[in-house]
Ligand binder design. Structure first.
Ligand code: MLT
Length: 204
């Protein structure tokens, strides 16, 4: 998969997996990664699906209606890409924390839903429930932060609450931060994410 890898200054720090929103690319979230943890390694990936020329991480049938078969296939592909990249670049595969926005948050959520040890934690900005009616793996050691808009027309607040409940039922410690700025990724939620990251991972 097309990507950017930046080796961090401290090898015991996590690797931040950056996953952009629809129409974005692997450059979009680099400043955000730097804000969350400037010493961490960064792996920023471009989605391989094109929707009218706009990169995404999986196909959708309509807005908010996912192509489940493609979602499962692309989730596996990303999981395997992480396995390979960890060998190629020499980062700790067990210390990957995803930061995703919108469609990127949805594929990160799908990694959590399908693979027990793919992520050590996740920051999901404006996510939805990637798939319903499935059994989740044990996520007892996988903390998650959701940031969402109470008035988000693309990722309705109920989706964020359902996602929180499903992740918690699988054992994850989930925090949720609410905004009132629609689907926009705002400075205040990124600051909230940085605070959550520091609190959650600095002592481990
Ligand atoms: C999705 O398709 O993943 C969501 O609707 C968010 C987006 O518009 O990318």
């Amino acid at each position: 998969m097309k990507h950017i890898y930046k080796q961090g200054q401290i090898s015991t720090k996590p690797t931040l997996l950056l996953l952009h929103g629809t129409g974005g690319n692997e450059h979009d979230l680099l400043p955000l990664g730097n804000l969350i943890d400037p010493e961490a390694s960064v792996l920023s990936v471009r989605g391989e699906v094109l929707e009218h020329g706009m990169p995404r991480f999986f196909r959708r049938l309509a807005e908010g209606v996912f192509d489940e078969e493609d979602l499962i296939y692309r989730t596996k592909q990303l999981h395997e890409f992480l396995n390979e990249a960890s060998k190629e670049y020499g980062f700790d595969r067990n210390n990957v924390i995803a930061i995703g926005y919108s469609n990127g948050a949805n594929i990160a959520g799908s990694l959590l839903f399908h693979y027990e040890n793919s992520l050590r934690g996740a920051i999901l900005h404006h996510p939805m429930v990637p798939r319903r009616g499935m059994e989740l793996p044990n996520l007892a050691n996988v903390p998650v932060l959701i940031t969402a808009g109470k008035n988000d027309p693309i990722c309705p607040s109920q989706e964020s609450m359902d996602l929180q409940n499903l992740l918690e039922a699988a054992g994850s410690a989930v925090s949720i931060h609410w905004e009132m700025n629609g689907h926009a990724l705002t400075q205040t939620e990124v600051t909230a994410a940085a605070g959550w990251y520091q609190q959650t991972f600095s002592s481990r």
